[in-house]
Structure formats: structure tokens, C-alpha cells
Ligand binder design. Structure first.
Ligand SMILES: [Mn+2]
Length: 324
């Protein structure tokens, strides 16, 4: 089907003749990686000169996606004619500088930077992968194959928490169904790779993180953290903490979950907020220079600030918006 808003982006990429970098955001998730990989395979089919880049290594649970091994680690000395920022609200979210003559953004986050007329930013889309699907299907639906569809499905599945988060609507199921029926995606294969390949160290780390949980604001806010020492002790990586925050959110009566990760090398406390109900966590994170969506957002604090102060600042900001 032809969707008019996609025409400028399709025409722009179709006619683009130069070195393209598809850039995923730092701490990459299934949406930024799935979306970038779908674009990567498609653009290669179309004869484009294209590379994939990310500051962080691709986590083990996404390594099954074809092409994941082609990612180059950013920063790189290489200069590109075009950098496509995938699933991120600005170049800053890449976590490192990139050299490019031109930028383009394909995304579903609120706010952020605007780079060119052909940016594709759909704030209502459940995942960037959906935006990518529309881009590709408006270009050449026949060029979408099982590999590309699997990458799109991965973005869609992970950003909707495997089709149960509040951003899951009928269209999500329609697109998922199309990807399965028309393009041959195997949902069980994707789920098994993403959810059932935990290294033991991740579960050991989870046990410590669960132990750190405490309830605040009359049981409506759950606080959970992971310290660098714990990671070092277990030989765990930052990616091993992926979705830990959901355990804190899952507690009965909790409306907002706070997860704080100590990243010693980067000198920051990385904060992830999740909500259920009506609380908009993106507003809280924006107060601290971060951002995101209503139900999932993030921000950072310098490590110089003691953990308890970080927690207090967040609790105060949440309390201020006491529509809990
Ligand atoms: Mn996303």
C-alpha cells in the first residue's frame, strides 16, 4: 500500500549515492538492532553502500539476527555521506560522535532533533521497526524477505514486550501476522533466541538485583539497582541487566519502577524508569536531561552523586507529579 508520508524518504534513499551508516543507539535493544538490520539487508539488496554501527557490542540475545556480526564499533575515523539514526531521538543517543555530511532520523520517540525533510518520526508507532516496515513496503514490498521480516518482527516483539505492553494494539498484531504469514517469520524461533538463552551469570545478577528492591512513596514506587562490583564479581555485562526493571514494575501496587545501573567506565548512574497505569515517566526523565516514552524512559546522573541522592531526586520528582 502507498502511504504518502513515506514518499520523500523512499525517494531520498532510492536516489542516494554515497556511504551510508545505519547507527543504533547505545545499550542497543531489539528495536534499534532489528530496525537497523532490516534496513541494512534491504539497502544492500538495492545496491547501496551501507554499514552498521553502534557504540556497544550487540547483546547475546540479538546475536542470532543475520548481519549482527557486521556491526562496527563506534566511534570510527570513517566519515559517511549519510548517517541514519535508528530508534533514537538524536545523534547524542548514539553515545559517541559520528562524522557525516548529512543526517536522517527513523524513529518513534517523542521530541528530539529533526535533521531533514525525509526524517521518519512516528511518535504513535509501537516500535521503530513498524516505521521501517512501512518505509520498505512503500519502496518495494517484494524485496522484503524472511531475513528482513525477522529483523522487523524482532523490533516489534521486543518493544511491545512480546505483544503485551500498553503500546500493543490491533495494528501490531496485523503487522506481526503479515510478517509470519506472508514472509515466513518464525515467532517461536525469535522468542527462544531472545528470551531463553540467558547466561547463568545473568540470573545470579538478577538475584542480587531482586534483593535490592525496596518500595517507596507508599508502595507505589519500586527502586532496584545493580552495582559495578556485582557485575565485576560475576563477569557480567551491562546487557545482562536488560529488562530487570520489569520485575520491579511487576509488584502489585507499584505504578513506577526505577532501575539504576552503575556504569563505572562511563562515570554514570544509568536510570531506567517504567510505569504502569497513567504515570508518564518521560516527563520525569526530561527533568534530568533524558527522555523516552510514557511507559519507558531513561536518564543519567554523574557517579559523583551518591546513589541515595540519585534515588531521592527521582522520588521527589515522581512525588511532585503525584497523579499516582
Ligand atoms: Mn524503539
Amino acid at each position: 500500500m502507498l502511504v504518502k508520508e513515506y514518499v520523500p524518504a523512499v525517494e531520498f534513499l532510492k536516489n542516494f549515492d554515497g556511504k551510508i551508516l545505519l547507527a543504533s543507539h547505545e545499550n542497543p535493544d531489539g528495536d534499534t538492532v532489528g530496525s537497523a538490520l532490516a534496513l541494512y539487508h534491504f539497502l544492500k539488496k538495492k545496491g547501496k553502500n551501507v554499514k552498521l554501527g553502534c557504540k556497544d557490542p550487540i547483546p547475546y540475545f540479538l546475536a542470532f539476527l543475520p548481519g549482527a556480526e557486521d556491526y562496527i564499533q563506534l566511534p570510527t575515523e570513517e566519515e559517511f555521506d549519510l548517517v541514519v539514526v535508528v530508534d533514537a531521538s538524536s545523534v547524542d543517543r548514539l553515545g559517541v560522535p559520528v562524522k557525516a555530511k548529512q543526517f536522517m532520523r527513523i524513529d518513534h520517540h517523542k521530541g528530539g532533533d529533526f535533521y531533514c525533510e525525509c526524517d521518519l518520526i512516528e511518535v504513535d508507532a509501537p516500535a521503530t521497526a513498524k516505521v521501517v516496515y512501512y518505509l520498505l513496503s512503500n519502496w518495494d514490498a517484494d524485496a522484503i524477505d524472511e531475513t528482513i521480516a525477522t529483523c522487523i518482527f524482532t523490533g516489534l516483539a521486543t518493544d511491545t514486550g512480546f505483544f503485551i505492553n500498553p503500546n500493543t494494539d490491533g495494528e501490531v498484531f496485523q503487522l506481526a501476522s503479515l510478517l509470519v504469514d506472508k514472509y515466513g517469520v518464525n515467532p517461536h524461533y525469535v522468542a527462544e533466541n531472545i528470551r531463553e538463552r540467558n547466561p547463568l551469570r545473568r540470573l545470579k545478577l538478577l538475584s542480587k538485583a531482586l534483593d535490592s528492591i525496596r518500595l517507596e512513596n507508599h508502595g507505589k514506587v519500586a527502586v532496584m539497582y545493580v552495582l559495578q562490583d556485582w557485575l565485576d564479581e560475576l563477569g557480567a555485562q551491562y546487557a545482562d541487566t536488560e529488562s530487570f526493571v520489569n520485575y520491579a514494575r511487576s509488584i502489585d501496587g507499584v505504578e513506577v519502577a526505577i532501575f539504576i545501573l552503575e556504569k563505572a567506565k562511563e562515570g554514570v548512574w544509568k536510570v531506567s524508569l517504567r510505569s504502569k497505569g497513567n504515570f508518564d515517566v518521560s516527563v520525569v526523565c526530561e527533568q534530568f536531561g533524558g527522555g523516552g516514552h510514557k511507559y519507558a524512559a531513561g536518564c543519567k546522573f554523574p557517579l559523583e552523586k551518591p546513589l541515595e541522592e540519585v534515588i531521592n531526586d527521582l522520588l521527589k520528582e515522581i512525588e511532585k507529579r503525584n497523579n499516582l
